[in-house]
Write a protein that binds this ligand. Structure first.
Ligand SMILES: *[C@@H]1O[C@H](CO)[C@@H](O)[C@H](O)[C@H]1NC(C)=O
Ligand SMILES: *[C@@H]1O[C@H](CO)[C@@H](O)[C@H](O)[C@H]1NC(C)=O
Ligand SMILES: *[C@@H]1O[C@H](CO)[C@@H](O)[C@H](O)[C@H]1NC(C)=O
Ligand SMILES: *[C@@H]1O[C@H](CO)[C@@H](O)[C@H](O)[C@H]1NC(C)=O
Length: 423
């Protein structure tokens, strides 16, 4: 009786060790006693008390009661989570999931282990990098949110869909989340507002809809990529400060103008991508506070008024795009003087004047003013088109501020002539 229960116990504990990725069907099974899960098991372990460690070779069998031997309890815990996710994957053209077998989770393709912050002697899956794996799955629910030790999750350019579970807020170590270029839909994942450790959020090129809570701009995020979704973004009026260095909001929907305060808050931004949104109103002089900006792209919106001279303070600018707006007046010479500028795109507006410094840029191919209302240049709008635009009086608030250059050491600050001859 004792022997019988002992034998069945050995079978019960037939442990599948890690398999070779090259031969996923050949499974080496290892019999071990004394390592297992559950109180039932440890009771029978006492009953037979054998110092037994056998190797058995079972070709591809799947034992109903198989027990795998894991390097750490934390890996054992997420093994079923991964296997369940694997079963939901509908397409895996690169054969990635063939490596997701056995107990050596740390060697699965795309999975990386490390010691979790709360226990330096434990081993856990700390990061996942599925970038470019071309996996298809209807959802990440029950997977991502069930990986308690995950710190980085990168899954760009796959074919994952569904919405993001609110349960991701439980992932206390997650600081980088990149699910860009997939087929995610549903509302903006508000759960991220409850994740103070999150510093990098990239959900661009998906199908998220609805509004983005404005608190997102005051999170601890360094990078926020929201472009190319179907989100409604309202930039908050009173944003005190923000960590964000990289912000892309392009190809979403905005309602309303660019709030003046946003620029002060975002003065450390390196890239501002606002193109193809529905920005309206005049450009506040505070744009000049974006001293670190290398790229500022607000092409294809409905911004109007003059270009503020304060842009001259954006000394790091290499690319400035306002093409396809409703801007008018003169192209400020001080902007054309920006030393690092390689591409100033102002085509498809209603500018009426370009001075000599800007013409030097034009000759170099760095300034594009096609399709404006500049009388002596080729490729301009028709006279009728321009006359129609200027038939209505146009005003911006705080007109004085358009000549204001908020950088104290600007060498020509006091010599700025009154720009914008009236049409
Ligand atoms: C151990 O078994 C119990 C009950 O069978 C289960 O709830 C638990 O998740 C298991 N733990 C591991 C690490 O497999
Ligand atoms: C830390 O992890 C090791 C390995 O999993 C485990 O044996 C130990 O009990 C853990 N320590 C604490 C304090 O949880
Ligand atoms: C991506 O998934 C969708 C279903 O969500 C499917 O129709 C489509 O064929 C998949 N594309 C690829 C390239 O696997
Ligand atoms: C300048 O920027 C515009 C707008 O982003 C782009 O369409 C154009 O190709 C760029 N020109 C050069 C020469 O890079």
């Amino acid at each position: 009786m004792q022997i019988m229960s002992c034998i069945s116990y050995i079978l019960l504990l037939c442990l599948i060790s890690s398999t070779n990725a090259q031969h996923p069907t050949r499974e080496a099974l290892e019999l071990t006693i004394g390592i297992g899960n559950g109180s039932k098991v440890s009771k029978s372990s006492k009953a037979c008390n054998l110092p037994l460690k056998l190797n058995c070779q079972l070709p591809g069998t799947h034992l109903a009661n198989q027990v795998l031997k894991f390097a750490d309890q934390r890996l054992a815990l997420i093994y079923p989570v991964i296997q369940k996710f694997k079963s939901l994957i509908t397409s895996d053209p690169l054969g990635i999931t063939q490596t997701w077998v056995g107990s050596d989770i740390c060697s699965y393709k795309g999975f990386y282990c490390d010691n979790p912050p709360d226990n330096k002697s434990a081993i856990a899956v700390a990061s996942i990098d599925f970038n470019g794996f071309q996996l298809s799955a209807p959802s990440l629910d029950g997977f991502l949110d069930q990986l308690p030790d995950i710190a980085l999750f990168h899954a760009n350019s796959n074919n994952f869909s569904g919405s993001l579970s609110p349960n991701i807020a439980k992932l206390r170590y997650l600081y980088e989340l990149d699910i860009s270029n997939n087929r995610f839909s549903g509302p903006f994942p508000d759960a991220v507002l409850n994740m103070p450790g999150l510093t990098f959020l990239d959900i661009r090129f998906n199908f998220f809809t609805g509004s983005v809570p404005s608190q997102i701009f005051t999170q601890n995020l360094d990078a926020l990529f929201l472009n190319n979704n179907d989100l409604m973004i309202r930039l908050p009026e009173n944003i005190g400060y923000t960590h964000i260095f990289y912000l892309t909001l392009a190809n979403n929907k905005f309602n309303g103008p660019l709030p003046r305060t946003i620029f002060r808050a975002f003065s450390s931004l390196a890239e501002v991508l606002l193109l193809n949104d529905q920005l309206t109103g005049c450009i506040p002089y505070e744009i000049g506070l974006l001293k670190e900006a290398v790229v500022f792209d607000a092409g294809n919106n409905q911004l109007t008024g003059h270009l503020p001279l304060s842009i001259a303070c954006m000394e790091n600018l290499e690319q400035l795009n306002f093409a396809g707006n409703l801007l008018y007046g003169a192209v400020p010479e001080v902007v054309c003087e920006l030393g690092k500028l390689v591409n100033l795109s102002l085509s498809d507006n209603y500018f009426i004047h370009v001075g000599p410094l800007c013409r030097i840029l034009m000759e170099r191919g760095a300034l594009d003013v096609r399709n404006n209302c500049i009388p002596d240049l080729p490729f301009q709008r028709s006279v009728e088109d321009c006359a129609n635009f200027f038939a209505y009086p146009r005003f911006c608030p705080r007109m004085w501020s358009y000549n204001y250059i908020p950088c104290p050491h600007f060498p020509y600050a006091s010599l700025i002539p009154q720009v914008a001859p009236s049409p």
